[in-house]
Ligand binder design. Structure first.
Ligand code: FES
Length: 139
């Protein structure tokens, strides 16, 4: 093998290795950015006492693996309640307006995206629609 051929082969190997590393990194990134949570479609009636927390801004309830929060006079947010790190149940912090995990300090914003801590992926966000006193949570 001539020196020129040897160098060409070395460059080809380096290129293939770089491409493989890039693809592996991208696939890991794609997996970790996929929101996690159950598929749901259920209703909550705000007139029921079990849902009375939702009648105050900052109040929240858990149902069907989802935490539903009243974020304003007529606005609600719902995300999966299981932390994507090790599955602890997340809560809502009215001060920071973030979801927090009591186990290892992970936090998520109102869209379910990781703000800080060890969670490897966002929690799934759901659509909330209100019709009178009935909320429908879907996603
Ligand atoms: S289980 Fe939520 S941060 Fe670890």
């Amino acid at each position: 093998m001539e020196r020129r051929d040897f160098i060409k082969m070395g460059c080809a190997l380096c290129g293939a290795t770089a491409v493989a590393a890039f693809v592996a990194g991208c696939s890991k990134l794609g997996t970790s950015s996929t929101p996690q949570g159950p598929s749901v479609n259920f209703t909550l009636n705000l007139s029921q006492s079990s849902n009375s927390s939702l009648n105050s801004v900052g109040g929240y309830v858990y149902s069907n693996g989802v935490i539903i929060v009243r974020t304003g006079t007529s606005s609600f947010v719902a995300v999966a309640s299981a932390c994507t790190h090790q599955g602890c149940t997340i809560g809502y912090d009215t001060g920071s307006k973030d979801f927090y995990c009591p186990c290892h300090g992970g936090t998520f914003d109102l869209n379910g995206n990781v703000v800080s801590g060890p969670p490897p992926a966002p929690v799934k966000k759901y659509t909330v629609t209100q019709n009178g006193t009935v909320l429908t949570i879907q996603g």
